[in-house]
Write a protein that binds this ligand. Structure first.
Ligand code: NAD
Length: 500
């Protein structure tokens, strides 16, 4: 291993793992194409080792008072806030997104930590006094034990943060299995828990691929699985995890549509389409990839988008560009394959990202912003999740046709409508079969105190991430029915002194 290539390993019981990995994988800087890390991939035996540590830590943590847990959460929030620039730099170095996007993702993660700081209020149960003679009923919520979090490459800090602070605040321990493409941010964020006063072993990071995930899915001491990634793997994780008796929330892929009605502010819509289509090189589960232009505005809207695309700078995320590279060489090649397919299938290639001038290393994984017009629903650039900087304009004749398109799509993660007609917007929010809806907002990511999740093939399970649904996911409800007879009234003689 060259000295420029760092070893990245699991974080177990508050310290780096000291074993020797049987398998490793390479981590790249996507802006240069250089190998920067060698990542240990866990075997099933290593998974067992890490889960054992987490399981042992979970007992003590579950019994730690809510006040003490809250103090740790507040301290953790401060530490992440202080180190957010360093964490953002790690994200840019391995994912490629520009620094401002990386910082934005850490900020969204911080919001979930802040939400979890309110756990004393969130864990309050109900109490009914005197439901029968001397009988009271009350509800409590208790931790599950060890929770697994399996995350994708595209938000290496934020997605783990959707789950980890809430799971910890609820009294669980956690094993995080980050994407093997950009693993360092998860380690950096997990290390801060120790500094915040969290007992060792409550938060652990386990690196690996299918072998590690499969063992987590069947391990008897893993009680829940929170997964985020592509739809086929989300479905597999949901089916396998639930078959082994775990509660599972598995968030999958997306094809997000943005509808522009003829009365919309077209400058606002064009700005939104460019930001939501090409931000983070389109590698966002809430990116807009299908722009549905309701005629007669399509020509005008496409012109405005094209004009704005001309001002975007694509290049190294550390150099003040608007858009960075794709995450890996194979992923870039796959996205370029879709551009070729779009041309073959007859869509109009309005802006060709293969010709974009790049401000970055010659061996980086580049593709500039790409715009297709006159895309039709049977083309692969419309049916498939491309997960790159490719925006497809579909022209339709009416609101109803736009709605039909969205509701017949297999995905239902996010969507947006641009209009100045409140009645049309209200109808859309009611009729559209999608989990997160924006009105003149292209990327409607819910705040941490609401819950994040899609419909249809964008989510398997019934609990969305964070918000009160997150608290419910990471706790089990218990209802106590109690009868206490009054010793002074001839009930039980427990030897209490009487005062009458
Ligand atoms: P991915 O499905 O390839 O990987 C996700 C996780 O699953 C990783 O930790 C990976 O190691 C693991 N994994 C991969 N193949 C596996 C297999 N065969 N068996 C078991 N585990 C496996 O996803 P990705 O490429 O890292 O991320 C991009 C995808 O994630 C896109 O589809 C995107 O839409 C989706 N995503 C969805 C949301 C959401 O909220 N719905 C958020 C972010 C990303």
């Amino acid at each position: 291993m060259s000295t420029d290539v760092k070893r990245i390993t699991h974080l177990v019981g508050g310290a780096p793992w000291t074993g020797v990995a049987e398998r490793t994988s390479k981590v790249y800087n996507p802006a240069t194409g250089a190998v920067t890390g060698e990542l240990d991939l866990a075997s099933s035996a290593t998974v067992d080792e890490v889960v054992k540590v987490a399981h042992e830590a979970s007992r003590g943590w579950a019994q730690t008072s809510v006040s003490k847990r809250t103090q740790v959460l507040f301290a953790y929030r401060e530490l992440v806030n202080q180190r957010k620039e360093q964490i953002a730099a790690l994200i840019t170095a391995e994912h490629g997104k520009v620094l401002s996007d990386a910082l934005g993702e850490v900020t969204r993660g911080l919001e979930v930590i802040e939400f979890a700081c309110g756990i004393p209020h969130l864990l309050k149960g109900g109490f009914s006094e005197g439901v029968s003679t001397k009988v009271d009923v009350y509800s409590i919520r208790q931790p599950l034990g060890v929770c697994a979090v399996i995350s994708p490459f595209n938000f290496p800090a934020m997605v783990p943060m959707w789950f980890v602070p809430i799971a910890v605040a609820c009294g669980n321990s956690v094993v995080i299995k980050p994407s093997e493409k950009d693993p360092s941010a998860a380690n950096a964020m997990a290390e801060l828990w120790k500094e915040a006063g969290l007992p060792d072993g409550v938060v652990n990071v386990l690196h690996g691929d299918k072998e590690a995930v499969d063992r987590l899915l069947e391990h008897p001491d893993i009680k829940s699985v929170s997964f985020v990634g592509s739809t086929p793997i989300a479905k597999y994780v949901y089916e396998t995890g639930t078959k082994h008796g775990k509660r599972v929330q598995a968030l999958g892929g997306a094809k997000n549509h943005m509808v522009v009605l003829p009365d919309a502010d077209l400058d606002l819509a064009a700005d939104a389409a460019v930001n939501a289509g090409f931000g983070s090189a389109g590698e966002r589960c809430m990116a807009i990839s299908a722009l549905v232009a309701v005629e007669p505005i399509a020509d005008d809207l496409v012109d405005r988008i094209k004009q704005r695309m001309g001002t975007l700078k694509t290049g190294d995320g550390t150099r003040g560009c608007d858009m960075g590279p794709l995450v890996t060489g194979p992923h870039r090649d796959k996205v370029v394959g879709y551009v070729e397919a779009g041309v073959t299938e007859g869509a109009e290639l309005t802006v060709d990202g293969r010709e974009t001038e790049i401000e970055g290393g010659a061996d980086g994984f580049w593709l500039g912003p790409t715009l297709f017009d006159k895309v039709t629903p049977e083309m692969s650039i419309y049916t498939d999740e491309i997960f790159g900087p490719v925006l497809s304009v579909v022209r339709v004749a009416s609101y109803d046709a736009a709605l039909d398109l969205i509701n017949s799509n297999q995905y239902g993660n996010g969507t947006a409508i641009f209009t100045n007609d409140g009645g049309a917007a209200r109808r859309f929010q009611n009729e559209v079969e999608v989990g997160m809806v924006g009105i003149n907002v292209p990327i409607p990511v819910p705040m941490a105190y609401y819950s994040f999740g899609g419909w249809k093939n964008s989510l398997f399970g019934d609990t969305h991430a964070h918000g009160t649904e997150g608290v419910h996911f990471f706790t089990r409800g218990k209802v106590v029915t109690s009868r206490w007879l009054d010793p002074s009234h001839g009930g039980l003689n427990l030897g209490f002194p009487t005062h009458d």
